[in-house]
Ligand binder design. Structure first.
Ligand SMILES: [Zn+2]
Length: 217
């Protein structure tokens, strides 16, 4: 278990030139084949047989020792703690989602789901200059964290989320981020955007692939 982790290099394999024992590092935990179409195009994060170190074997962050390919290891600066180093991977996911979107400085955004990734999306949005960031969340702890990070929390138990977002943003958000993986929330996220807005799917829909035909819009 554990695909988000950091640690210290204790030993390097033959031919490793970038690292030495004692280096403080974090691991990019993607296993990619290196020769499918996606890999050849540089999108190894979209490899058709992709796996994660820690989820698909290889020990992972809960092990005492783990082996990783040199190209997937990254040094962390001295002023970054190991705890922060363990957050590099999920932070990269969040930042990538915001960079992939068309969000501009001053835009309004909503994040559906304020779990670890959702909270990091809020931080990435803040750093990217979003003027208003809404967070749709039920859990009291997560709601509190989202508020601390500067988001305006909307509890779906208290509001019709889509209606409330349209009211507060005068017609819908510029960009919505779906970070729950729950199909009905996907529909809400889609409907929360303004005309010409954008929906970013950050979550993984593990149980059931979304189907346009079964979506009740
Ligand atoms: Zn591949």
């Amino acid at each position: 278990m554990g695909h988000e982790f950091s640690g210290q290099v204790v030993e390097v394999g033959e031919g490793v030139t970038k690292f030495k024992a004692g280096d403080r590092v974090t691991v990019e935990p993607i296993y990619a084949c290196g020769h499918c179409e996606a890999c050849k195009a540089g999108f190894y994060n979209l490899c058709s047989t992709m796996g994660f170190l820690g989820l698909a074997g290889g020990g992972g962050g809960f092990s005492e020792y783990v082996a990783a390919d040199e190209v997937m290891v990254h040094k962390i600066p001295d002023n970054v703690s190991y705890e922060q180093g363990a957050l590099v991977e999920p932070s990269a996911v969040a930042l990538h989602a915001v960079r992939q979107s068309k969000l501009k400085v001053g835009d309004k955004a909503v994040v559906f789901g304020a779990g670890p990734i959702g909270l990091l999306v809020i931080e990435a949005l803040k750093a990217s200059g979003a003027s208003e960031i809404y967070a749709v969340e039920l859990s009291p702890e997560r709601k509190q964290k989202a508020t601390e990070l500067g988001a305006i929390v909307i509890d779906p138990k208290e509001y019709d989320v889509v209606e409330e977002l349209h009211k507060r943003t005068n017609g819908g958000v510029d960009v919505a981020f779906e970070v729950t993986g729950v199909p009905p929330v996907f529909t809400q996220a889609l409907n929360s955007t303004r005309i010409g807005g954008e929906l970013m799917i950050v979550s993984i829909f593990e149980k059931k692939r979304l189907s346009i035909l079964t979506m009740s819009l």
